[in-house]
Design a protein around this ligand. Structure first.
Ligand SMILES: Cc1cc2nc3c(=O)[nH]c(=O)nc-3n(C[C@H](O)[C@H](O)[C@H](O)COP(=O)(O)OP(=O)(O)OC[C@H]3O[C@@H](n4cnc5c(N)ncnc54)[C@H](O)[C@@H]3O)c2cc1C
Length: 829
């Protein structure tokens, strides 16, 4: 290891430790400083930041400082564009001038599909006021004269991209925070934490400090700090390198810096640094550190780097020299190889520390310089106001649940790093970290031909290829290679009967005197009667959607709450944090104990009647009711409901019994033309029914009313969270509305349904909202999009269109929002 500055950890804390603070932020990199600054901006000025060494001594000091707006995620683009606009004025705001070169950036496209991805992001940016401009090869050369373009398809211009000095940025945020009264104590590591009388007590060499809230902003040391809270933070440190060249005469001769270049297809960034160039690749064979006992994380790695490893970058250097030939004319003067923290999906952790009260995370940032500003704002809103302006699920630490251990994190992180610039096609499933959770049916489904996908770590059948040559992940924004097979699965369900395993639902059993009343006071609507099931919604104080759960009522005060596999820790916190300790109500997590099959289609009643020896007619077993059945000798809770929109039952049984239940249904199924279907078919069918999905259609970007969920809001109830805001909104009229759209499809099969997610909806060419989920409805033969639109824009009655990867598709609103069997008669046979 290189020791760049030989900082010794013999330094004393730089100030006296106060005995208490409202919030203690642990870690003084760009992110911790930004959290402290934004807490002050929201009026909380009695907070303290504790830093183990000097400010910036983690990953921040050596970052390249690039600050793009471009990114494929709505949440992250909001964060990054907030950061870049803050950084442009921060120096003036806090009186701390900094080097921030807004050079603009060119992103190169080697193919039509890459350009379509750029167009998609361009339209998304437009929705939030972020401008990107498509460019021809000639236009790119006009602003970057050293660029070789003969083999390119074109590119995209981000006028507000650039590079900032990360240390100056951190110091500016720290100054802004201090000026408002916040305290920063350097050389003051947190060495232990404990919870006492509803407060956190943090131990440091300078003594103890008590606080109401605590934030882990410890960068690549986040896992070490997390362990003090009993939390396993999914974080691995990877090597990331960039090289800097000596001065290049052609650059010295210019008055202005050349714009930053990103070549995602070759996987690197290249920008001017002083009069030389700085090249940073995301290489295929990257290296992880500090993942096992043979390579322990040093006690102190402040201001240090890994040894150079230029061999790994050879291919990228050669490629970049061909792209910008002046690069090859200069020698390398400096190599920076530093620890870059990665979570399994490469996105940071910002928000509630899973399961730990009043503890938050703002760590594991891969792009922590450009994201620091937005992250500080987001987390401060969550802490101070209890919710953020923008939905933050993409970065919520609870998106990773119990299957995410060190081995999984390492495998996924390496995969994500090497795909940092890859095209993320809709429904793509990468291969690393798979089979984290499998049910006893896995082998049977594999034998039946399933291609699997991962859902909250659970392996579920995605589809059943009829031709082995088609067994490959999504590889296009165009119509996917599984289109016909998934269509066949949907048609089979509609004509006969299909079965899918849905194991992995998160399940919480609520019991005890007063359980129903307690739940009723938390959700926006009513509860189902005993023997019935119903959807319940949790709203935020601002009336935004927090969660959707299916409530199955077994007794007056005995309710099973089921939610999606991915919602596991989010919903566990939602319930546990809300329940008073002395309530006498219990919440039991039965997630791992239960398995689920969905059997659905017009022949489902006959099949299940035969296999269970019970009448499954609608008169005896109505829609949205539940009964105990015996199938294959095992007890099953059958719930008459089907996300596919056909007659159907979810069969919930003990995990140990699921093979017996499955085998009995398969054996009897031969007489009823039972077929398998997968998650892709289920998604297609639920779109046709207008059924919404948590965190794609139902997010906290929108209120209950904007999402068309007024049926589940009962204003007659005297109290529930969000009531006041929702009532005000109802009286004024919601500004946005949730709609289902059908789209005119192209003849060429390009750019089909799935690709329109997060696309812009336009009325007479003017942006009017955003597509929240989309796909192709095989039973109705149409591309379908769900969108949230500006009511006023729609009311004008102009021509609707959706911009799919830059191509305009005419769109129509579906009256009532349901395309398939709108009166639900098929479900009630
Ligand atoms: C070579 C390289 C180039 C990069 N280029 C870019 C780029 O161009 N753009 C970009 O956006 N990002 C870039 N990054 C990523 C960026 O450096 C990080 O995402 C960012 O610095 C993370 O900031 P942070 O505040 O979260 O963590 P850090 O900067 O690591 O800060 C965490 C702090 O916590 C302190 N700490 C740890 N444990 C304790 C404890 N127990 N008590 C008290 N304090 C503690 C540490 O001492 C450290 O100072 C690059 C990274 C590398 C390696």
């Amino acid at each position: 290891m290189n020791d760049m500055t030989s900082q010794e950890q013999t330094q004393q804390p730089t100030a006296k430790l106060p005995s208490s603070a409202r919030v203690v932020v642990i870690g003084g990199g760009a992110v911790g400083a930004s959290v402290l600054y934004h807490l002050a901006e929201l009026g909380w000025t009695d907070c303290v930041l504790l830093e183990k060494n000097e400010l910036t001594s983690g990953s921040t000091w050596h970052a390249a400082g690039n600050c793009p707006n471009y990114v494929g995620s709505w949440t992250i683009m909001k964060m990054q564009s907030y950061s870049t606009s803050l950084y442009r004025k921060l120096g003036e705001l806090v009186d701390y001038p900094m080097n921030y070169h807004v050079t603009g950036a060119i992103r190169l496209a080697h193919s039509r599909q890459r350009m379509e991805e750029f167009r998609h992001v361009e339209r998304m940016g437009r929705q939030m006021g972020v401008e990107f401009v498509e460019m021809s090869n000639k236009e790119m050369q006009d602003i970057h004269p050293f660029l070789e373009t003969h083999d390119l398809y074109g590119g995209q211009w981000d006028p507000l991209d650039g590079d900032i000095d990360p240390a100056q940025l951190t110091q500016a945020l720290a100054k802004g925070a201090r000026d408002k009264g916040q305290k920063i104590i350097r050389f003051c590591p947190v060495t232990a934490v404990r919870r006492e009388n509803g407060e956190w007590v943090l131990t440091t060499p300078a003594g103890e400090i008590r606080c109401e809230y605590v934030v882990n902003a410890a960068g690549y040391r986040a896992a070490e700090l997390g362990r003090m809270f009993g939390r396993n933070v999914p974080c691995v440190s990877l090597e990331h390198q960039y090289i800097i060249t000596e001065a290049i005469p052609e650059l010295t001769a210019r008055d202005t810096k050349v714009p930053l270049l990103r070549d995602p297809d070759s996987s690197y960034y290249l920008r001017q640094e002083k009069d030389g160039l700085l090249l940073g690749p995301y290489e295929k064979n990257c290296r992880a550190h500090w993942t096992d006992a043979s390579d322990p994380m040093p006690e102190d790695f402040s201001f240090q780097l890994y040894n150079d490893d230029l061999e790994r970058l050879e291919w990228y250097i050669e490629d970049a020299c061909a792209r910008v030939p002046i690069l090859g004319t200069a020698g390398i003067t400096r190599v920076v190889n530093g620890p870059i923290p990665y979570a399994p999906d490469g996105l940071p952790l910002i928000g509630q520390m899973p399961g730990v009260p009043n503890a938050f995370e703002a760590c594991v940032f891969t792009f922590g310089i450009v994201q620091a500003g937005g992250a500080g704002k987001l987390l401060s809103e969550i802490i101070v106001e209890g919710e953020s302006e923008t939905d933050s699920w993409a970065v919520d630490p609870r998106r990773f649940t119990d299957h995410v251990d060190e081995v999984y994190t390492r495998a996924k992180a390496i995969e994500t790093y090497s795909h940092e610039y890859a095209m993320h096609f809709p429904q793509i499933q990468w291969p690393a970290g798979r089979k984290a959770k499998t049910s006893p049916l896995y082998d049977r489904l594999a034998s039946a031909g399933a291609e699997f996908g991962s859902y909250g770590g659970w392996e579920r059948a995605d589809w059943f290829p009829r031709n082995d040559a088609d067994r490959r992940p999504a590889d296009s924004y165009d119509r996917q290679h599984w289109f016909e097979d998934v269509g066949a699965e949907c048609r089979h369900v509609a004509e006969h009967v299909g079965m899918i395993e849905l194991t992995g639902f998160s399940r919480f059993r609520l019991k005890g005197a007063g359980a129903a009343d307690w739940l009723r006071s938390k959700v926006t609507g009513g509860l189902p009667k005993v023997g019935r099931i119903g959807l319940v919604y949790f709203a935020s104080p601002k009336g935004k959607i927090l969660s959707e759960m299916t409530a199955t009522r077994f007794g007056d005060d005995d309710i099973l709450l089921m939610t999606g596999a991915g919602a596991y820790w989010h919903d566990r916190d939602l319930l546990h944090f809300a329940l008073p300790a002395d309530s006498g109500i219990t919440i039991t997590d039965v997630t791992a104990e239960m398995a689920t099959l969905l059997v659905t289609g017009p022949k489902a009643p006959a099949l299940l009647a035969a296999v269970a020896g019970a009448s499954m007619s609608h008169a005896d077993f109505p829609w949205l009711s539940h009964r105990k059945l015996t199938i294959g000798g095992a007890e099953v809770t059958a719930i008459r409901v089907s996300f596919a929109g056909e007659a159907g039952w979810e069969l919930h049984c003990a995990m140990a019994d699921v093979t017996a239940v499955y085998d009995a249904i398969v054996a009897e199924g031969k007489a009823h033309q039972l077929g398998h279907f997968g998650m892709l078919a289920l998604d297609s069918m639920r779109l046709e029914k207008g059924y919404r999905s948590w965190k794609s259609d139902l997010t906290s970007d929108y209120t209950m009313l904007e999402s068309g969920l007024e049926r589940w809001v009962n204003f007659d109830k005297p109290e529930f969270i969000g009531r006041t805001s929702l009532l005000t909104e109802q009286q004024a009229g919601a500004k946005r509305e949730f709609v289902t759209l059908t789209l005119d499809d192209p003849e060429d099969g390009e750019a089909f349904g799935e690709a329109v997610y997060l696309s812009t909806v336009m009325v007479d060419g003017v942006s009017a909202g955003l597509v929240v989920s989309a796909g192709y409805g095989h039973r109705v033969g149409k591309s379908i999009a769900m969108a949230v639109l500006d009511k006023e824009a729609v009311a004008k009655g102009g021509a609707l269109s959706v911009d799919v990867l830059g191509r305009k598709r005419a769109a129509k609103i579906v009256e009532g929002g349901v395309l398939y069997d709108p009166d639900n008669s098929r479900m009630k046979v």
